[in-house]
Design a protein around this ligand. Structure first.
Ligand code: SF4
Length: 282
C-alpha cells in the first residue's frame, strides 16, 4: 500500500490483478450483522476464503509469521473463530504459488526472536523459520508449494510489485525458473544480490575507509560502531531508496539493522541501547 510508482491501484490495473481477498482493501462487514450470522461470501470473509480456495488457481501473498503454539494448536494467533494456522492451510493448499512478504512471513522475524517464550509461541515463517527450511509452516502442514520470500521490515513495495509483475508477465516461470532467480533463502537475487550489500554504495563509505566513526546518533560519519549491520545486509536499499526513492535508513541517520536477513532481529540486537547517566549528588 506504500507503493509509489506505480501506486498500488494503478499497479493492479496495469497487471490486471484480480484482488480476490484482502482484509484492508475489501469491505466485508464481518461474521455478524445485527447479531445474525452472515452467510454470503460478499459479507463474510471466512466463506469468501473457502470459495477462493475451492476454485484454486491463485497466488497467495502472506504477511506475518504464523503461530504454531501452544503445542501445535496455533491458538496463539486467532482471527474470528479460526486459527491463522488453519486459515493459512486453507489458503495455501490450492495456491499456485506463495509469496511471503516481510521478514515475519519469510523467516518468523521478531516473532521468532530468541526469548524465554519463543519455543512456547512457536511462530513459523511460511517456508523457513530463521535460516531453517525444515521448520517452515508448510513443512508442519505437509504442504509442498513453490515459495518466493520478499523479506524486509517492512518489505520495499517495488520488491513486491516487481516480483508480481515478473510472474504475471511470464518473465519468471514457476517452478522451473525459481532455482535460478532465488538465493538460498528464497529471495529474488535481483533485489537481494548475494554479492552486494547495503554497505557498498553508502554515502558514509568514505568515512568507513578513513576509519572515522560516529559515537552518537545524529552525526554524518560511518555508523559501524553504532551497530550498523549493512556489511552483512544483502539488499539494494542504497540504490533503490525508500518512500518513492527519497531516502533510506543509513542516509536518514540510523544504522542498518539488516532487516532482510533470515536471522533478523537476533543478528542486530540490541537495535538501540540507552545509557542513563546517574545524576551526581550534590
Ligand atoms: S554507515 Fe554502515 S553502510 Fe555506511 S559505510 Fe558505515 S558500516 Fe557501511
Amino acid at each position: 500500500m506504500n507503493a509509489a510508482n506505480p501506486a498500488i491501484i494503478k499497479a493492479f490495473e496495469i497487471l490486471n490483478i484480480d484482488l480476490e481477498c484482502h482484509e484492508a482493501f475489501l469491505a466485508q462487514q464481518g461474521l455478524f450483522v445485527d447479531g445474525e450470522s452472515v452467510n454470503t461470501s460478499e459479507l463474510n470473509s471466512e466463506i469468501l476464503i473457502d470459495e477462493i480456495s475451492e476454485k484454486g488457481d491463485y497466488i497467495l501473498v502472506v504477511e506475518g509469521a504464523i503461530a504454531n503454539g501452544p503445542e501445535g494448536s496455533g491458538r496463539y494467533c486467532m482471527a474470528g473463530g479460526c486459527t491463522c494456522k488453519e486459515m493459512f492451510k486453507k489458503a495455501a493448499q490450492n495456491a499456485n504459488l506463495i509469496i511471503a512478504v516481510g521478514t515475519c512471513a519469510a523467516y518468523g522475524g521478531i516473532n521468532s526472536a530468541s526469548s524465554d517464550i519463543v519455543d512456547l509461541l512457536d511462530f513459523r515463517g511460511v517456508a523457513f523459520t530463521k535460516k531453517d527450511p525444515s521448520k517452515g509452516m508448510l513443512k508442519v502442514l505437509g504442504i509442498d508449494k513453490p515459495v518466493i520470500n520478499i523479506p524486509g521490515c517492512p518489505a520495499h513495495p517495488d520488491w513486491i510489485i516487481f516480483t508480481l509483475s515478473a510472474l504475471i508477465s511470464g518473465n519468471i516461470k514457476v517452478p522451473e525458473d525459481l532455482p535460478e532467480v532465488l538465493d538460498e533463502f528464497g529471495r529474488p537475487k535481483v533485489f537481494y544480490p548475494p554479492n552486494y550489500t547495503v554497505h557498498k554504495d553508502c554515502p558514509r563509505y568514505v568515512f568507513f575507509k578513513k576509519g572515522e566513526f560516529d559515537s552518537h546518533l545524529g552525526g554524518d560519519k560511518c555508523l559501524l560502531k553504532l551497530g550498523c549491520r549493512a556489511p552483512s545486509a544483502h539488499a539494494d536499499c542504497t540504490l533503490r531508496k525508500w518512500n518513492d526513492g527519497h531516502s533510506y535508513c543509513v542516509q536518514a541517520g540510523s544504522p542498518c539493522i539488516a532487516c532482510i536477513e533470515p536471522d533478523f532481529p537476533d543478528n542486530a540486537r540490541p537495535l538501540y541501547s540507552i545509557s542513563i547517566k546517574k545524576k551526581e549528588e550534590d
